[in-house]
Ligand binder design. Structure first.
Ligand SMILES: NC(=O)c1ccc[n+]([C@@H]2O[C@H](COP(=O)([O-])OP(=O)(O)OC[C@H]3O[C@@H](n4cnc5c(N)ncnc54)[C@H](O)[C@@H]3O)[C@@H](O)[C@H]2O)c1
Length: 240
C-alpha cells in the first residue's frame, strides 16, 4: 500500500499552480484530496472547497465540514498565497500589508490550528508550509511585505514542529525559487523570468511538478526523520 492510499489531504491554494498539482498527485496516489481556494474547483478525485483563508470563522467551518465528510485529516499543505511587486517599503499601504500577511501567514496559522487537534488525536499528521526564497534571504521581485510573510511562516513551522513532534505530527516548510505558475506570469514579465533563468546555476525555472515531488516526499514515510526543516528548491539560486 502506498503512503497516500486512504489518507485525507487538505491543500490550500488548491486551485493554484502548485496547489492543484499537489492535489492531483495525491489523488492519483489514492488520497482523498480537498482543494481549498477562493473558488471551489472539483477535479479528478479532488473535492473543491470554497474558503477565504483570511477569515478564521470560514476556516473553522470548512475544517469541520471536511472532518465530517472524511472522518480524519492526515495532511495539510499550506500553498495559498499572494504576491505583490509594490516597493519600496514606504509605498506599501496598510490594507496591502494586512492582506499579504492575512493570506500568506494568518491563513496558514488558521488551518494549522484547525487540523492540529485531529492530527494529535490520530497520533499522525504531516504539514508542509510553502514559504519562498524571499523568506530565506531576499525577494527578487516582491516587496518587504511578501518577504516578511514568507520569513514568518518559517518561524511558525519551527515552533509548531517542536510542539507537535511528540504527537507524531510533522511540520516542514519548502522555500521555492521561481516556479512557472499563474502567480509568476501575473507578476513578472517573461523577459525578466528569462534573465533570471540564465542567472540560475541549473539554468532552470521550476515547475509545479518539481514542487509536487518535494511536497509528496515530505508527506511520505520517506521523510520520517525530518521535522521543523526548511527545504530549499531553487535550482541552486540560493546555496546556503
Ligand atoms: N510561483 C513562484 O514563483 C513562487 C515562488 C516561491 C513561493 N511561491 C509560493 O507558492 C505558493 C503557491 O503559489 P503559486 O505560484 O501556485 O500561485 P498561484 O497564484 O497559482 O496559486 C495561489 C492560490 O492561492 C489562492 N488564494 C489566494 N488568496 C486566497 C485566500 N484568501 N483564500 C484561499 N485561497 C487563496 C489563489 O486563488 C490561488 O489559486 C504561494 O504561497 C506562493 O507565495 C511561489
Amino acid at each position: 500500500m502506498s503512503d497516500f492510499e486512504g489518507r485525507v489531504a487538505v491543500i490550500t491554494g488548491g486551485a493554484g499552480g502548485m496547489g492543484s498539482e499537489v492535489a492531483a498527485r495525491l489523488a492519483a496516489e489514492g488520497a482523498r484530496a480537498y482543494a481549498v481556494d477562493l473558488r471551489a474547483d472539483d477535479a479528478d478525485g479532488v473535492s473543491g472547497v470554497a474558503c477565504d483563508i483570511t477569515d478564521p470563522g470560514a476556516v473553522r467551518a470548512a475544517g469541520e465540514r471536511i472532518l465530517q465528510d472524511a472522518g480524519r485529516v492526515d495532511f495539510l499543505v499550506n500553498a495559498a498565497g499572494i504576491v505583490s511587486t509594490t516597493r519600496p517599503v514606504e509605498t506599501i499601504g496598510d490594507d496591502e500589508w494586512s492582506r499579504m500577511l492575512g493570506v500568506n501567514l494568518d491563513g496558514a496559522f488558521y488551518w494549522t490550528r484547525a487540523v492540529m487537534p485531529t492530527m494529535k488525536e490520530q497520533g499522525f499528521g504531516k504539514i508542509v508550509n510553502v514559504s519562498s526564497r524571499a523568506g530565506r534571504t531576499l525577494g527578487n521581485f516582491a516587496g518587504a511585505h511578501y518577504a516578511a510573510s514568507k520569513a514568518a511562516i518559517l518561524g511558525l513551522t519551527r515552533q509548531v514542529a517542536l510542539e507537535a513532534a511528540p504527537h507524531g505530527v510533522y511540520v516542514n516548510a519548502i522555500a521555492p525559487g521561481l516556479v512557472r505558475t499563474p502567480m509568476l506570469s501575473g507578476s513578472v514579465a517573461d523577459e525578466r523570468v528569462e534573465e533570471f533563468r540564465l542567472a540560475t546555476p541549473l539554468r532552470k525555472v521550476g515547475t509545479p511538478s518539481d514542487i509536487a515531488d518535494l511536497v509528496l516526499f515530505l508527506l511520505s514515510s520517506k521523510s520520517d526523520f525530518i521535522t521543523g526543516a526548511t527545504v530549499d528548491i531553487n535550482g541552486g539560486d540560493l546555496i546556503l
